[in-house]
Design a binder for this molecule. Structure first.
Ligand code: NAP
Ligand code: G4F
Length: 343
């Protein structure tokens, strides 16, 4: 029988990749999308506008801050699997809108789990929660499922509430509910305000002579960057496992923001070196001395997570998941895409 999956956050990076992945596997997709004053379906337009897929892709309007809407969508669609990917997902922005971030990211998760319970779908509907490496904050390195949590932003705190709610509903009501603790994952569909995409777009614009330089925040933060396409596969594997559990998904390697910048410039044949300190540090073209990167303190966070590097041994062992794209390949894929798009 055809399986039905409800994906919240269908218009986002991961939602769109997961939708492609599950449709390929023969799933019928119910996509929850919120109302917007302009088009926000760019990442799923290839499915949205494909008439042959009308039967297999059913969009619903919805918002994680609206319990009655969530209840109605789940009641009328009776999904076999729910992937809760919707969130105010920007860490820096969460310092500006902490209450909204908590409402959507923490209570939004509770609302879905409550709907499963109230509608008595515990035995039918499996639940995936998009948890995050941000919940670790600055603790030990590398971080695994056993690492203590010490969230450092309103976003991370909201996601930690969602994490424990998922665990609690699994234990209390026997719902097949899992947390995917995913480390940073990127690709050509990544939002333009996250550092990876901000860099690849800016470097592509520099290449096409559309800008002269760009500004960044903390150049020394380290992240474990993987590929979004690789990571959505792990979500499906978690719901296929024999028993529900929580899994770290990561590459196991971390790089500084500076290294990301250097790699992106390398793709267009420019070698970057760094000069100066603190807010006066600049990234210059080693050959010409032209300044391409400056620091703007407006991108600093009130509290920063300095290094995230994951240990995905459990997922490798139990789910047979492993990443297939390395850092260099990821930057190259994003650069190739942005050079073409900006041209
Ligand atoms: P994203 O590109 O920012 O997508 C977020 C999605 O959520 C968008 O579709 C957005 O809709 C939707 N959304 C936001 N607020 C909503 C609300 N109140 N009600 C309904 N929908 C709402 O994020 P992503 O990178 O795909 O990440 C997917 C999930 O994984 C998020 O929960 C994120 O926190 C988590 N995560 C991401 C990473 C990562 O590195 N990418 C790592 C760990 C965890 P609009 O298109 O209308 O804005
Ligand atoms: O790209 P970022 O904004 O990603 P961040 O904060 O790590 O969060 C992303 O990954 C999380 C998983 O760990 C997800 F849960 C979350 O939803 C999101 O997808 O920033 C990465 C690093 C930070 O240390 C930041 O301070 O880059 C640093 N950075 C330096 N300059 C910058 C900038 N970040 C952004 N967004 N913009 C800058 O100009």
């Amino acid at each position: 029988m055809t399986k039905k999956a409800l994906i919240t956050g269908i218009t986002g990076q991961d939602g769109s990749h997961l939708c492609d992945f599950l449709m390929e596997k023969g799933y019928k997709i119910i996509g929850l999308k919120r109302r917007s004053s302009s088009f926000n379906t760019k990442r799923i337009d290839h499915i949205y506008n494909d008439i042959s897929q009308t039967k297999n892709f059913i969009p619903y309007y919805g918002d994680l801050t609206d319990s009655s809407n969530i209840l109605r969508v789940i009641q009328s669609t009776q999904p076999d699997e729910i992937y809760n990917l919707a969130a105010q997902s920007h860490v820096h922005t969460s310092f500006e809108i902490p209450e909204y971030s908590a409402n959507a990211d923490a209570l939004g998760t509770l609302r879905i789990l409550e709907a499963i319970r109230v509608l008595k779908l515990q035995k039918k509907t499996k639940f995936y929660q998009a948890s995050t490496s941000e919940i670790f904050g600055n603790t030990e390195i590398p971080q695994s499922e056993k690492t203590p949590f010490r969230p450092r932003s309103p976003y991370a705190i909201a996601k930690l509430y969602a994490y424990w709610t998922t665990v609690n509903y699994r234990e209390a009501y026997k719902i097949f509910a899992v947390n995917g603790i995913l480390f940073n994952h990127e690709g050509p569909r990544r939002g333009e305000t996250f550092v990876s995409r901000k860099v690849t777009r800016a470097v592509a614009e520099i290449y096409h002579k559309k800008r002269k330089f760009f500004t960044l925040g903390n150049l020394n933060a380290k992240r474990d960057w993987g590929s979004a396409k690789d990571y959505v596969r792990s979500m499906w594997l978690m719901l296929k496992a024999k028993k529900p559990s929580d899994y770290v998904i990561a590459t196991g390697k971390s790089y500084t923001v500076k290294k990301f910048v250097e790699e992106a410039f390398k793709y267009i044949g420019v070698k970057i070196s760094w000069k100066g300190k603190g807010i006066n540090e600049v990234g210059i073209d080693k050959k010409t001395g032209h300044i391409y990167v400056k620091v703007d303190p407006k991108y600093f966070r009130p509290t920063e997570v300095f290094e995230l590097r994951g240990d995905a041994s459990k997922a490798k062992k139990e789910l047979k998941w492993k990443p297939s794209t390395n850092f260099k390949e990821l930057v190259a894929e994003m650069m190739e895409h942005d050079l073409n798009e900006i041209k």
